[in-house]
Design a protein around this ligand. Structure first.
Ligand SMILES: [Ca+2]
Ligand SMILES: [Ca+2]
Length: 423
């Protein structure tokens, strides 16, 4: 492990200072120079501009209660298990030297690419190993992780408490043992408005987004990942193990394959599941369900549906089976009180519902995603200067809310061209 070697800014002036000054000031200068600026506070977070600066966080446990903000997309392909220390440290339960990341990491909508990490010995493996703080607005793309202990996810191995929001694991490959998920291995905290795609494989508790949910909550989230496992395998979550867990306002559309306890959304359910649906193909040997495979004694699965046709499953330990046509009709969801005012939207007859937060700027009309249909409506509002509530902000074309439709709106529209389009 190259734990004590890190790059530093060349601005350290220690060479020109006396010995006393060096001893007194250099530690402070080095700490500040490790990152791209900032002081680690809420008002002035440490700025992370490069892969080297990101890697420095894992090497600096003293900063794990501080605030960080990512200012650029970064590429971690120069790092792997030989020279990258995950952020937060967990060795075994109850060990006094376990130390979580308890601060806040703001991904600022940026992407971390190229992370590859293989650790067949540790519990909890991810960019962040052990978290009790907050991670927001961060995308992890193309990561490849292999682990054999409990808990592996591209972003986090173990979210003990605290929250993850507006994060994604995109086209990641996660391979683990117990508790493998594309984004987070084990969740006892809160995960919301997050999503995943790619491939997850595990033995027990393998899920498209999260491997296992203990006492925590997964909400307003979805997964497109394909999942393969042996026991407790689900398109969104492998299993929820406690009565206090909640999974709500969620969906999974990726294929799920396992031996026993295989569900389109969740394999084994111990807590509440509500206002969710699943539509991926589900295959398994025994205890297989379209939405969920098995409910423990305290479980409560309600107001949820699955696609009987695409899943290939006519039964489920919870939820109601529907035809594909029914799954693309708002009536199906209204009948179980899905919230289409504040939570969901649907292109009636064309697609399954999606979460409102998924709609990209410029997606003015159905079908989902920003395509030529939206461009026609955008063009209809072009150069109008009377945008307001009466004309729906010029049919939605006033994307920045300035009251007129000009090149700045076109720039936003162009930047989102084809975002959210299903191929
Ligand atoms: Ca559209
Ligand atoms: Ca405008």
């Amino acid at each position: 492990m190259n734990r004590f070697v890190r790059s530093r800014d060349s601005s350290c002036m220690c060479m020109f200072a006396g010995l006393l000054v060096l001893l007194t000031w250099c530690p402070a200068l080095v700490t500040a120079g490790t990152y791209g600026g900032g002081s680690g506070t809420a008002d002035d977070p440490f700025l992370i501009q490069t892969a080297e600066q990101f890697a420095a966080i894992g090497e600096t446990p003293a900063d794990w209660d501080r605030r960080f903000k990512l200012t650029n997309d970064i590429d971690l392909s120069g790092y792997d298990q030989t020279n990258f220390d995950p952020i937060g440290r967990w060795v075994v339960a109850g060990w006094s030297e376990n130390q979580p990341f308890s601060g806040r990491f703001d991904g600022n909508g940026k992407t971390i690419r190229g992370f590859q990490y293989r650790d067949m010995e540790s519990q909890y493996v991810g960019l962040f190993q052990y978290v009790t703080g907050q991670i927001v607005n961060l995308r992890v793309a193309g990561a490849k992780l292999s682990a054999n202990g409990v808990g592996v996810g591209a972003l986090i191995g173990y979210l003990e408490k605290g929250a993850v929001s507006d994060c994604s694991a995109v086209q990641v490959t996660v391979s683990g043992n117990e508790g493998a998920g594309a984004l987070v291995g084990v969740v006892d905290g809160t995960l919301y408005a997050s999503w995943s795609s790619g491939n997850v494989s595990g033995v027990r508790y393998a899920g498209g987004l999260v491997g296992r949910v203990g006492g925590g909550r997964v909400t307003r989230s979805y997964s497109k990942a394909s999942v393969v496992g042996r026991e407790a395998v689900g398109g969104l979550v492998g299993g929820t193990s406690k009565g206090t867990s909640i999974v709500d306002y969620c969906y999974a559309v990726g294929p799920v394959d396992g031996d026993t306890g295989v569900g389109g959304l969740i394999g084994h359910v111990g807590g509440v599941v509500a206002w969710c649906y699943s539509a991926g193909k589900v295959t398994g040997e025994q205890s297989v369900g379209g939405l969920v495979a098995h409910q423990y004694a305290l479980a409560d699965v309600h107001s949820s549906v699955w696609d009987r046709e695409t899943s290939g499953q006519t039964t489920s330990a919870g939820g109601t089976g529907k035809s594909t046509a029914e799954m693309k009709s708002i009536d199906t969801y209204l009948s179980v009180n899905f919230d289409f005012g504040g939570m969901w939207t649907i292109c009636e007859g064309r697609a399954y519902p999606i979460l409102l937060w998924q709609i990209p700027p410029g997606d003015l009309r159905c079908p989902d995603g920003v395509n030529f249909t939206d461009f026609v409506w955008f063009a209809a509002g072009w150069r109008h200067a009377d945008c307001g509530v009466l004309n729906y902000s010029c049919e939605g074309a006033d994307l920045d809310g300035t009251g007129n439709v000009d090149v700045r709106d076109l720039a936003i529209f162009s930047a989102n061209w084809l975002v959210g389009v299903e191929w």
